[in-house]
Write a protein that binds this ligand. Structure first.
Ligand code: ADP
Length: 228
C-alpha cells in the first residue's frame, strides 16, 4: 500500500485552473498532489535578441524555475541553476512538436513556469500546465501534451512517484510526455537503472496515465474552465 493509499497505476489528485494570470495571453495553474505550478504564455512576439530569429518558423522559449519556498525543509536558493536550465530545455523539446511553429516565422513564443510547491514530478506538472497555457493563448497546436512520471519504488512499478517514493533505495524515476493526439512520446528521461522489461512496463503505465490526464486537460479546455 502506498503511503497516500493510491493504487499503483493511479496519479495524484489533479486540479486545473485556466487563465489565472491576468497579464498573460494564456495561463494555467496545475496541481498534482502536493506539486503545484503556474505557467504563463507570452507572444507570438518579435524575437529578441534578433539573431535567434528563424525566417521560416517560430522559436519556443521555455523557462522553468522553482520558487525558494517550493521545497520542504530549507528554502531553495533563489534563481536559476543547472537543473532548471536542463528542465527548461527538456520542457521545450516536449512541447515543440505540439506547436505548428511554421505558422509563426520570425516570432518567439515564451512560456514561463514557476514551481510553487514541489513534491516530485515538477517537470511533468510544468509540461501539463504549459501545454494548457499555450492552448489558452490560442497558439496553433496539433494537440495537447500530457506528462506524468512512472517508475519503481519498494519493488513495485508505480505511476506518479512522490518525493518519498523517489527517495526509496531501489527507486527509478521515468518522466514521460506524450502528444495525446498521436501517442508520440516527446519526453523520456530516466533516473536509475531498469531492465528492458521493467522499462517497457514503466513506459506503458506512464502512457496510459498520460492518456487519462489528456482527457482531463481537454475537459478543462472545452468547458473553458476555471477549476476542475
Ligand atoms: P522532478 O521534480 O521533475 O521530479 P527531480 O527528480 O530533479 O525533478 O526532483 C525531484 C524532487 O526533488 C523535486 O520535485 C523536489 O521535490 C526535490 N528537489 C529538487 N530540487 C531541489 C532543491 N534544490 N531543494 C530541495 N528539493 C529539491
Amino acid at each position: 500500500m502506498r503511503s497516500d493509499k493510491r493504487a499503483d497505476d493511479e496519479f495524484r489528485p489533479v486540479k486545473i485552473e485556466l487563465n489565472v494570470v491576468k497579464s498573460a495571453l494564456g495561463s494555467c495553474y496545475f496541481e498534482m498532489g502536493k506539486t503545484a505550478v503556474i505557467a504563463a504564455t507570452y507572444g507570438p512576439q518579435d524575437v529578441k535578441p534578433k539573431h535567434l530569429e528563424k525566417s521560416d518558423r517560430g522559436v519556443l522559449a521555455c523557462n522553468y524555475n522553482m520558487l525558494p519556498f517550493s521545497v520542504a525543509g530549507d528554502r531553495k536558493r533563489p534563481g536559476y541553476d543547472r537543473r532548471s536550465v536542463e528542465i527548461s530545455k527538456v520542457v521545450r523539446e516536449s512541447l515543440e512538436p505540439a506547436i505548428f511553429m511554421e505558422e509563426y516565422p520570425k516570432c518567439i513564443i515564451r512560456v514561463d513556469m514557476q514551481i510553487l510547491q514541489a513534491d516530485a514530478g515538477t517537470r511533468v506538472v510544468a509540461i501539463n500546465a504549459a501545454s494548457l497555457a499555450l492552448a489558452c493563448a490560442g497558439i496553433s497546436m496539433r494537440g495537447l501534451v500530457s506528462a506524468v512520471s512512472a517508475g519503481r519504488a519498494n519493488g513495485k512499478i508505480l505511476v506518479d512517484l512522490t518525493k518519498e517514493e523517489e527517495d526509496a533505495p531501489d527507486a527509478i524515476d521515468v518522466p514521460v510526455a506524450i502528444l495525446t493526439k498521436t501517442g508520440e512520446i516527446t519526453l523520456l528521461q530516466m533516473d536509475g537503472i531498469a531492465s528492458v522489461d521493467e522499462m517497457k512496463k514503466i513506459v506503458k503505465q506512464a502512457t496510459v496515465a498520460c492518456e487519462k490526464l489528456g482527457l482531463m486537460q481537454a475537459e478543462a479546455l472545452k468547458n473553458g474552465i476555471h477549476s476542475i
